[in-house]
Design a protein around this ligand. Structure first.
Ligand code: ZN
Length: 301
């Protein structure tokens, strides 16, 4: 066997960013990302906890375009409102969810945002299969109403808390299979959520097993975005509690494996770690930890 000599060739780091606040304007999230040397970011295009919609003004769109052009940051994801539930059996809630998703897709398209991240839904008291069918029906309906949108909808893996759908790769594969516009659907993999759902990534062998499962069940081609979060809760806990990178139950090794995985280097990675109010700049600390994970050729992970 030929031994591979370590060298100092710098390996380009894939797109990395964080979820940034839109306080003082949508465009400010992009400038915040630049301050942290980010090459990607996630934001909300409206308040995530209310149904109230937001209509963009021409000035907001222009300012956002200028921010992207000035900073060079173009890999942007928006996260949908937490209230949206496409699996809801309640007619009124379902109708509101459809409209909220449609408005989010329209806003994101106007802002030139590539990805819209969505929690697939939850089916309180209902059958899982019916919930899955309602989700695909809803996505197909929204897509048919805005056929020219340029934004890709990403279903996020969930921890499986309560009756949340999306904690099993098979559920996500089922939705993807039934979405007609295949080029407009993708997956956002959240490390905290898959870990809480029972997919281990803490060792090389477990990491490879989980990635293989993702590939064989859903398909790597659908993986469009990764949320990098550690987990406060243990493997399989089904509880969604994000922790700072390397300070939770997942640990640094998993993040080193992810950052150095050439197969997913091009995929934007976003942290959604807590913004603690202890005076420390945790975004800076967590991003630095991830940047420190990158190994040069031959260096052990
Ligand atoms: Zn997430």
């Amino acid at each position: 066997m030929v031994s591979k000599k370590a060298n100092n060739t710098p390996i380009p780091f894939g797109p990395l960013g964080a979820h940034f606040s839109i306080a003082k304007g949508l465009h400010n999230a992009v400038y915040r990302a630049e301050k942290y040397n980010c090459t990607a970011l996630q934001l909300f295009t409206k308040s995530a906890h209310t149904w109230k919609e937001r209509t963009l003004t021409h000035t907001e769109i222009d300012e956002f375009e200028r921010a992207k052009a000035t900073t060079g940051i173009t890999l942007i994801a928006s996260h949908t409102s937490y209230l949206i539930n496409l699996a809801s059996c309640n007619q009124n809630k379902h109708k509101r969810s459809l409209n909220a998703l449609k408005q989010e897709m329209i806003r994101s398209s106007l802002l030139g945002i590539q990805y819209v991240v969505l929690h697939p839904g939850f089916c309180t008291g209902g059958e899982l299969n019916e919930g899955l069918d309602r989700i695909t029906f809803s996505i197909n309906k929204v897509f048919s109403e805005i056929p020219k949108h340029k934004t890709r909808l990403l279903l996020e893996t969930t921890a499986g808390q309560g009756s949340a759908i999306g904690h099993d790769f098979k559920q996500l594969a089922d939705i993807v299979a039934k979405v007609k516009a295949k080029g407009q659907i993708g997956i956002c993999l959240d490390t905290c959520h898959i870990f809480a759902a029972g997919y281990d990534i803490r060792t090389k062998a477990m990491y490879e097993k989980t990635m293989d499962q993702f590939n064989s069940v859903i398909g790597m081609d659908y993986l469009s975005l990764i949320h990098l979060n550690d987990s406060k809760r243990p493997l399989g806990s089904k509880v969604d509690r994000h922790e700072h990178i390397g300070r939770g139950e997942i640990g640094m090794k998993a993040f080193r494996l992810l950052i150095n995985d050439k197969r997913i280097r091009h995929i934007p990675k976003i942290i959604e770690t807590p913004k603690d109010t202890d005076g420390k700049d945790w975004d800076e600390i967590n991003l630095a930890r991830l940047r420190g994970c990158l190994r040069r050729n031959g260096e052990p992970i």
